[in-house]
Design a protein. Structure first.
Length: 394
Protein backbone atom coordinates (compact mmCIF):
# COMPACT_ATOMS: atom_id res chain seq x y z
CA UNK A 1 0.00 0.00 0.00
CA UNK A 2 1.21 3.47 -0.83
CA UNK A 3 1.54 5.63 2.22
CA UNK A 4 3.51 8.81 2.61
CA UNK A 5 4.06 10.18 6.05
CA UNK A 6 4.54 13.76 7.12
CA UNK A 7 6.95 13.96 10.07
CA UNK A 8 7.67 16.83 12.38
CA UNK A 9 10.44 16.75 14.98
CA UNK A 10 10.20 19.59 17.46
CA UNK A 11 12.98 19.95 20.02
CA UNK A 12 14.05 22.52 22.57
CA UNK A 13 17.63 23.68 22.86
CA UNK A 14 19.88 26.28 24.53
CA UNK A 15 17.91 26.61 27.75
CA UNK A 16 18.72 29.94 29.40
CA UNK A 17 17.40 32.08 32.26
CA UNK A 18 17.26 35.85 32.08
CA UNK A 19 16.65 38.01 35.20
CA UNK A 20 14.26 40.91 34.99
CA UNK A 21 16.47 43.25 37.08
CA UNK A 22 20.17 42.73 37.71
CA UNK A 23 22.67 45.03 39.45
CA UNK A 24 26.33 44.23 40.07
CA UNK A 25 28.34 45.47 43.11
CA UNK A 26 31.74 47.06 42.43
CA UNK A 27 34.34 44.43 41.71
CA UNK A 28 37.14 44.49 44.28
CA UNK A 29 38.92 41.61 42.61
CA UNK A 30 37.70 39.16 45.20
CA UNK A 31 35.59 36.24 43.98
CA UNK A 32 32.46 35.37 42.13
CA UNK A 33 30.54 35.52 45.39
CA UNK A 34 30.84 39.28 45.19
CA UNK A 35 28.36 39.17 42.33
CA UNK A 36 24.97 39.53 43.97
CA UNK A 37 21.55 39.93 42.43
CA UNK A 38 19.93 42.86 44.15
CA UNK A 39 16.35 41.65 44.02
CA UNK A 40 14.44 38.43 43.91
CA UNK A 41 11.67 38.01 41.42
CA UNK A 42 10.27 36.04 38.53
CA UNK A 43 12.27 35.46 35.38
CA UNK A 44 11.45 34.01 32.02
CA UNK A 45 12.78 30.67 30.86
CA UNK A 46 13.68 31.02 27.20
CA UNK A 47 14.71 28.55 24.57
CA UNK A 48 14.97 28.12 20.86
CA UNK A 49 12.34 26.11 19.00
CA UNK A 50 13.26 23.92 16.05
CA UNK A 51 10.66 22.38 13.77
CA UNK A 52 11.68 19.83 11.16
CA UNK A 53 8.93 19.20 8.62
CA UNK A 54 8.99 16.30 6.19
CA UNK A 55 5.89 17.02 4.14
CA UNK A 56 4.49 14.31 1.92
CA UNK A 57 1.08 12.89 1.03
CA UNK A 58 -0.49 9.58 0.15
CA UNK A 59 -3.18 8.16 -2.08
CA UNK A 60 -6.44 6.75 -0.82
CA UNK A 61 -10.06 6.35 -1.69
CA UNK A 62 -11.40 9.86 -1.24
CA UNK A 63 -14.85 8.86 -0.07
CA UNK A 64 -15.28 10.17 3.45
CA UNK A 65 -12.41 12.68 3.15
CA UNK A 66 -13.79 16.11 4.00
CA UNK A 67 -10.97 18.21 2.60
CA UNK A 68 -7.88 16.66 0.95
CA UNK A 69 -4.72 18.65 0.33
CA UNK A 70 -4.79 20.36 -3.07
CA UNK A 71 -2.35 20.61 -5.96
CA UNK A 72 -2.09 24.41 -5.97
CA UNK A 73 -2.84 25.64 -2.47
CA UNK A 74 -1.12 27.60 0.27
CA UNK A 75 -0.92 25.47 3.40
CA UNK A 76 -0.53 26.99 6.87
CA UNK A 77 0.63 24.90 9.79
CA UNK A 78 -0.67 26.41 13.05
CA UNK A 79 1.38 25.48 16.12
CA UNK A 80 0.07 26.44 19.57
CA UNK A 81 2.86 27.39 21.98
CA UNK A 82 3.01 27.68 25.79
CA UNK A 83 0.82 30.49 27.13
CA UNK A 84 3.27 32.25 29.45
CA UNK A 85 3.01 35.80 30.74
CA UNK A 86 4.01 38.48 28.23
CA UNK A 87 4.37 35.91 25.49
CA UNK A 88 5.00 37.70 22.22
CA UNK A 89 3.13 35.09 20.20
CA UNK A 90 1.09 32.27 21.72
CA UNK A 91 1.09 30.44 18.42
CA UNK A 92 3.08 30.49 15.22
CA UNK A 93 2.08 29.99 11.62
CA UNK A 94 4.29 28.40 8.99
CA UNK A 95 2.94 28.96 5.49
CA UNK A 96 4.23 26.93 2.53
CA UNK A 97 3.03 25.78 -0.93
CA UNK A 98 1.31 22.40 -1.09
CA UNK A 99 3.69 21.34 -3.88
CA UNK A 100 6.27 20.68 -1.17
CA UNK A 101 4.65 17.28 -0.63
CA UNK A 102 5.68 15.98 -4.08
CA UNK A 103 9.05 17.71 -4.60
CA UNK A 104 12.42 16.21 -3.73
CA UNK A 105 14.79 18.69 -5.35
CA UNK A 106 13.31 22.13 -5.90
CA UNK A 107 13.78 24.66 -3.11
CA UNK A 108 10.64 26.32 -1.80
CA UNK A 109 12.29 28.54 0.83
CA UNK A 110 11.43 31.75 -0.99
CA UNK A 111 7.76 30.78 -0.65
CA UNK A 112 7.82 30.04 3.08
CA UNK A 113 6.52 32.49 5.69
CA UNK A 114 6.93 32.21 9.47
CA UNK A 115 4.43 34.40 11.30
CA UNK A 116 2.95 35.04 14.73
CA UNK A 117 -0.71 34.47 15.57
CA UNK A 118 -1.65 37.82 14.02
CA UNK A 119 0.06 37.08 10.71
CA UNK A 120 3.08 39.29 11.38
CA UNK A 121 6.37 37.90 10.08
CA UNK A 122 8.67 36.79 12.92
CA UNK A 123 12.08 38.38 12.42
CA UNK A 124 13.87 36.04 14.86
CA UNK A 125 13.02 32.99 12.78
CA UNK A 126 14.90 31.11 10.09
CA UNK A 127 13.80 28.61 7.44
CA UNK A 128 16.04 26.14 5.67
CA UNK A 129 15.70 22.94 3.70
CA UNK A 130 15.09 21.68 0.20
CA UNK A 131 12.49 19.62 -1.62
CA UNK A 132 9.91 18.23 0.76
CA UNK A 133 12.03 18.94 3.85
CA UNK A 134 11.45 22.21 5.71
CA UNK A 135 13.29 23.29 8.84
CA UNK A 136 12.13 26.22 10.96
CA UNK A 137 14.11 27.76 13.83
CA UNK A 138 12.68 30.36 16.23
CA UNK A 139 15.10 32.03 18.65
CA UNK A 140 14.59 33.01 22.30
CA UNK A 141 11.08 31.70 22.78
CA UNK A 142 9.57 32.00 26.27
CA UNK A 143 8.58 28.55 27.49
CA UNK A 144 7.99 29.12 31.22
CA UNK A 145 8.72 31.08 34.42
CA UNK A 146 11.23 30.63 37.27
CA UNK A 147 11.22 32.17 40.78
CA UNK A 148 14.57 33.46 42.12
CA UNK A 149 15.71 34.32 45.63
CA UNK A 150 17.69 37.50 46.31
CA UNK A 151 20.93 35.72 45.45
CA UNK A 152 19.67 34.62 42.07
CA UNK A 153 19.08 31.00 43.01
CA UNK A 154 16.14 29.29 41.36
CA UNK A 155 13.50 28.55 43.98
CA UNK A 156 10.84 27.09 41.74
CA UNK A 157 10.46 26.81 38.03
CA UNK A 158 7.47 26.13 35.89
CA UNK A 159 7.97 24.95 32.36
CA UNK A 160 4.81 25.01 30.31
CA UNK A 161 3.79 22.14 28.08
CA UNK A 162 6.30 22.03 25.23
CA UNK A 163 3.73 22.40 22.50
CA UNK A 164 -0.02 22.48 22.11
CA UNK A 165 -2.33 21.76 19.22
CA UNK A 166 -1.09 21.44 15.64
CA UNK A 167 -3.48 21.91 12.74
CA UNK A 168 -3.33 22.58 9.01
CA UNK A 169 -5.40 25.00 6.94
CA UNK A 170 -5.21 25.62 3.21
CA UNK A 171 -6.07 28.45 0.85
CA UNK A 172 -7.04 27.14 -2.59
CA UNK A 173 -5.34 28.97 -5.46
CA UNK A 174 -7.41 27.58 -8.35
CA UNK A 175 -11.06 27.54 -9.33
CA UNK A 176 -11.60 23.78 -9.81
CA UNK A 177 -14.19 22.71 -7.27
CA UNK A 178 -16.37 19.71 -6.61
CA UNK A 179 -16.34 16.34 -4.95
CA UNK A 180 -12.87 15.03 -4.06
CA UNK A 181 -11.38 18.50 -4.64
CA UNK A 182 -9.48 20.70 -2.21
CA UNK A 183 -11.40 23.54 -0.57
CA UNK A 184 -10.53 26.46 1.67
CA UNK A 185 -10.31 25.60 5.35
CA UNK A 186 -8.91 22.84 7.61
CA UNK A 187 -7.21 19.97 5.78
CA UNK A 188 -8.08 16.36 6.50
CA UNK A 189 -5.08 14.60 8.03
CA UNK A 190 -4.16 11.68 10.25
CA UNK A 191 -2.04 13.24 13.01
CA UNK A 192 -0.17 11.53 15.86
CA UNK A 193 2.25 13.07 18.35
CA UNK A 194 4.97 11.67 20.59
CA UNK A 195 6.36 13.73 23.50
CA UNK A 196 9.57 13.04 25.44
CA UNK A 197 9.51 15.31 28.48
CA UNK A 198 13.07 14.41 29.50
CA UNK A 199 14.67 15.56 26.29
CA UNK A 200 12.06 18.15 25.44
CA UNK A 201 11.39 16.51 22.10
CA UNK A 202 8.04 16.30 20.35
CA UNK A 203 7.40 14.22 17.26
CA UNK A 204 4.31 14.75 15.15
CA UNK A 205 3.27 12.31 12.44
CA UNK A 206 0.77 13.70 9.93
CA UNK A 207 -0.61 11.91 6.85
CA UNK A 208 -2.34 13.99 4.17
CA UNK A 209 -4.69 12.51 1.56
CA UNK A 210 -4.34 14.19 -1.84
CA UNK A 211 -7.25 15.55 -3.85
CA UNK A 212 -8.41 13.81 -7.02
CA UNK A 213 -5.51 14.03 -9.47
CA UNK A 214 -2.90 14.86 -6.81
CA UNK A 215 -0.79 12.50 -4.68
CA UNK A 216 -2.46 9.48 -6.18
CA UNK A 217 -6.10 10.35 -5.55
CA UNK A 218 -6.96 9.36 -9.11
CA UNK A 219 -10.00 8.40 -11.11
CA UNK A 220 -9.55 4.62 -11.16
CA UNK A 221 -10.10 2.51 -14.31
CA UNK A 222 -11.51 -1.01 -14.36
CA UNK A 223 -9.06 -3.54 -15.79
CA UNK A 224 -9.56 -7.15 -16.93
CA UNK A 225 -6.91 -9.85 -16.67
CA UNK A 226 -7.60 -12.47 -19.34
CA UNK A 227 -4.40 -14.31 -20.29
CA UNK A 228 -2.27 -13.37 -17.26
CA UNK A 229 -2.84 -13.26 -13.52
CA UNK A 230 -3.12 -9.85 -11.92
CA UNK A 231 -0.16 -10.92 -9.75
CA UNK A 232 2.17 -11.20 -12.75
CA UNK A 233 1.91 -7.72 -14.25
CA UNK A 234 3.92 -4.57 -13.65
CA UNK A 235 3.35 -0.82 -13.80
CA UNK A 236 6.87 0.39 -14.63
CA UNK A 237 5.81 2.80 -17.36
CA UNK A 238 4.32 6.28 -16.95
CA UNK A 239 2.03 8.50 -18.98
CA UNK A 240 0.12 11.77 -18.97
CA UNK A 241 -3.06 10.21 -20.36
CA UNK A 242 -5.94 12.35 -19.09
CA UNK A 243 -7.42 10.09 -16.42
CA UNK A 244 -9.20 13.15 -15.02
CA UNK A 245 -9.31 16.84 -15.83
CA UNK A 246 -6.22 17.84 -13.88
CA UNK A 247 -4.14 14.68 -13.53
CA UNK A 248 -0.42 14.93 -14.16
CA UNK A 249 1.95 12.06 -14.90
CA UNK A 250 1.24 8.72 -13.23
CA UNK A 251 2.34 5.11 -13.47
CA UNK A 252 0.98 3.01 -16.30
CA UNK A 253 1.18 -0.64 -17.38
CA UNK A 254 4.51 -1.61 -18.88
CA UNK A 255 4.66 -2.14 -22.63
CA UNK A 256 3.45 -5.57 -23.77
CA UNK A 257 1.61 -6.21 -20.49
CA UNK A 258 -1.70 -7.98 -21.12
CA UNK A 259 -3.93 -5.68 -19.10
CA UNK A 260 -7.25 -4.69 -20.66
CA UNK A 261 -8.97 -1.48 -19.58
CA UNK A 262 -12.73 -1.59 -19.98
CA UNK A 263 -13.89 1.40 -22.02
CA UNK A 264 -16.81 2.97 -23.84
CA UNK A 265 -16.06 5.07 -26.91
CA UNK A 266 -18.66 7.66 -25.98
CA UNK A 267 -18.11 10.00 -28.92
CA UNK A 268 -17.53 7.11 -31.34
CA UNK A 269 -14.30 8.53 -32.74
CA UNK A 270 -12.50 5.19 -32.66
CA UNK A 271 -10.23 5.94 -29.71
CA UNK A 272 -10.24 6.43 -25.95
CA UNK A 273 -9.61 10.11 -25.31
CA UNK A 274 -9.73 10.45 -21.54
CA UNK A 275 -10.76 8.90 -18.25
CA UNK A 276 -14.35 9.87 -18.99
CA UNK A 277 -14.43 6.93 -21.43
CA UNK A 278 -13.11 4.50 -18.82
CA UNK A 279 -14.92 3.22 -15.73
CA UNK A 280 -13.73 4.40 -12.34
CA UNK A 281 -14.35 6.52 -9.29
CA UNK A 282 -15.76 9.94 -10.18
CA UNK A 283 -17.93 12.66 -8.74
CA UNK A 284 -20.97 10.46 -9.29
CA UNK A 285 -19.68 6.94 -8.59
CA UNK A 286 -17.68 5.58 -5.67
CA UNK A 287 -15.81 3.04 -7.83
CA UNK A 288 -15.62 1.61 -11.33
CA UNK A 289 -18.20 -1.11 -10.72
CA UNK A 290 -20.82 1.40 -9.64
CA UNK A 291 -19.98 3.39 -12.76
CA UNK A 292 -20.34 0.31 -14.97
CA UNK A 293 -23.71 -0.48 -13.37
CA UNK A 294 -25.20 2.26 -15.58
CA UNK A 295 -24.98 -0.24 -18.44
CA UNK A 296 -26.93 -2.93 -16.59
CA UNK A 297 -30.22 -2.13 -18.33
CA UNK A 298 -32.08 -5.21 -17.04
CA UNK A 299 -30.62 -4.78 -13.53
CA UNK A 300 -29.55 -8.40 -13.07
CA UNK A 301 -26.10 -7.48 -11.69
CA UNK A 302 -24.48 -8.78 -14.89
CA UNK A 303 -23.11 -6.93 -17.89
CA UNK A 304 -23.86 -9.18 -20.87
CA UNK A 305 -25.52 -9.35 -24.29
CA UNK A 306 -28.93 -8.79 -22.67
CA UNK A 307 -27.93 -5.21 -21.88
CA UNK A 308 -28.59 -2.62 -24.58
CA UNK A 309 -25.09 -1.11 -24.72
CA UNK A 310 -23.07 -4.29 -24.18
CA UNK A 311 -21.96 -4.33 -27.81
CA UNK A 312 -20.53 -0.80 -27.46
CA UNK A 313 -18.07 -1.75 -24.73
CA UNK A 314 -14.46 -2.25 -25.77
CA UNK A 315 -11.20 -3.43 -24.24
CA UNK A 316 -8.08 -1.29 -24.54
CA UNK A 317 -4.72 -2.98 -24.26
CA UNK A 318 -1.98 -0.33 -24.54
CA UNK A 319 0.54 -2.62 -26.25
CA UNK A 320 3.32 -0.05 -26.60
CA UNK A 321 2.63 1.58 -23.22
CA UNK A 322 2.52 5.13 -24.56
CA UNK A 323 -0.82 6.05 -22.99
CA UNK A 324 -2.40 6.73 -26.39
CA UNK A 325 -5.18 4.49 -27.69
CA UNK A 326 -4.68 3.29 -31.25
CA UNK A 327 -7.17 1.44 -33.48
CA UNK A 328 -5.18 -1.80 -33.28
CA UNK A 329 -5.33 -1.69 -29.46
CA UNK A 330 -9.13 -1.64 -29.17
CA UNK A 331 -11.22 -4.82 -29.39
CA UNK A 332 -14.86 -5.59 -28.68
CA UNK A 333 -15.68 -7.81 -25.71
CA UNK A 334 -17.00 -10.49 -28.07
CA UNK A 335 -13.60 -10.71 -29.79
CA UNK A 336 -12.10 -11.83 -26.50
CA UNK A 337 -14.97 -14.21 -25.80
CA UNK A 338 -16.31 -12.18 -22.86
CA UNK A 339 -19.74 -13.58 -21.94
CA UNK A 340 -20.51 -11.48 -18.88
CA UNK A 341 -19.00 -9.27 -16.18
CA UNK A 342 -20.33 -9.57 -12.64
CA UNK A 343 -21.10 -6.38 -10.73
CA UNK A 344 -20.96 -8.18 -7.38
CA UNK A 345 -17.56 -6.89 -6.33
CA UNK A 346 -15.62 -7.40 -3.09
CA UNK A 347 -13.67 -4.65 -1.37
CA UNK A 348 -12.13 -6.52 1.57
CA UNK A 349 -8.81 -7.20 -0.15
CA UNK A 350 -6.16 -4.99 -1.68
CA UNK A 351 -3.08 -5.82 -3.75
CA UNK A 352 -0.18 -3.43 -4.29
CA UNK A 353 2.40 -3.09 -7.06
CA UNK A 354 5.20 -1.45 -5.13
CA UNK A 355 4.46 2.26 -4.92
CA UNK A 356 3.02 2.35 -8.42
CA UNK A 357 -0.52 1.00 -8.32
CA UNK A 358 -3.16 -0.81 -6.29
CA UNK A 359 -5.70 -3.43 -7.28
CA UNK A 360 -8.70 -2.66 -5.09
CA UNK A 361 -12.37 -3.62 -5.60
CA UNK A 362 -12.51 -7.05 -7.23
CA UNK A 363 -15.06 -9.05 -9.22
CA UNK A 364 -14.97 -11.64 -12.00
CA UNK A 365 -15.97 -12.21 -15.60
CA UNK A 366 -16.51 -15.33 -17.70
CA UNK A 367 -15.00 -15.78 -21.15
CA UNK A 368 -14.67 -18.53 -23.74
CA UNK A 369 -11.12 -19.25 -24.88
CA UNK A 370 -10.02 -20.26 -28.38
CA UNK A 371 -10.48 -23.95 -27.59
CA UNK A 372 -14.09 -23.37 -26.59
CA UNK A 373 -13.60 -23.74 -22.85
CA UNK A 374 -15.31 -21.35 -20.46
CA UNK A 375 -13.00 -19.72 -17.92
CA UNK A 376 -13.22 -17.18 -15.15
CA UNK A 377 -11.03 -14.09 -15.00
CA UNK A 378 -10.44 -11.25 -12.54
CA UNK A 379 -11.54 -7.66 -13.01
CA UNK A 380 -10.22 -4.98 -10.63
CA UNK A 381 -10.62 -1.31 -9.99
CA UNK A 382 -6.98 -0.22 -10.49
CA UNK A 383 -5.63 2.84 -8.66
CA UNK A 384 -2.62 4.39 -10.39
CA UNK A 385 -0.07 6.38 -8.37
CA UNK A 386 1.48 9.70 -9.44
CA UNK A 387 4.93 9.73 -11.04
CA UNK A 388 6.80 12.49 -9.21
CA UNK A 389 9.11 14.97 -10.95
CA UNK A 390 8.16 13.56 -14.35
CA UNK A 391 8.88 15.55 -17.49
CA UNK A 392 6.64 14.71 -20.42
CA UNK A 393 8.24 13.35 -23.55
CA UNK A 394 8.49 15.90 -26.33
Amino acid sequence: MIQFISFFSISLFSLSVWAQQVSVLPNAGASMTDLVLSAKGSVAITSGLEINLYATCYSRNLRGVKNPIGRNTRVTMHVDLPKVEKEAYQSIQVEFPSQIVVRDSESILDKVKIMDKDGKVISAALASGVGNVLKVNILDLEIGQAELDKFGNVLTSQREQLIGDIRFIQDVQHSITGQYRAANGPISADVRTKVDNKTGKVEVYANFPGENGFCGGYYSPLALFIEDSFLDVSFENHTTFSVNEDASAFYWPSAKERIYFLAHDTNKDGKINSGHELFGESKSFKNGFDDLARFDSNMDKLIDHKDKLFHELVLWRDKNGNGVSEPSELVKLSEKGIRFISLNYRSNQEYTYGNRAKAKERSHFVFQDKSGHFKKGDIFDIWLSPKLNYQARQ
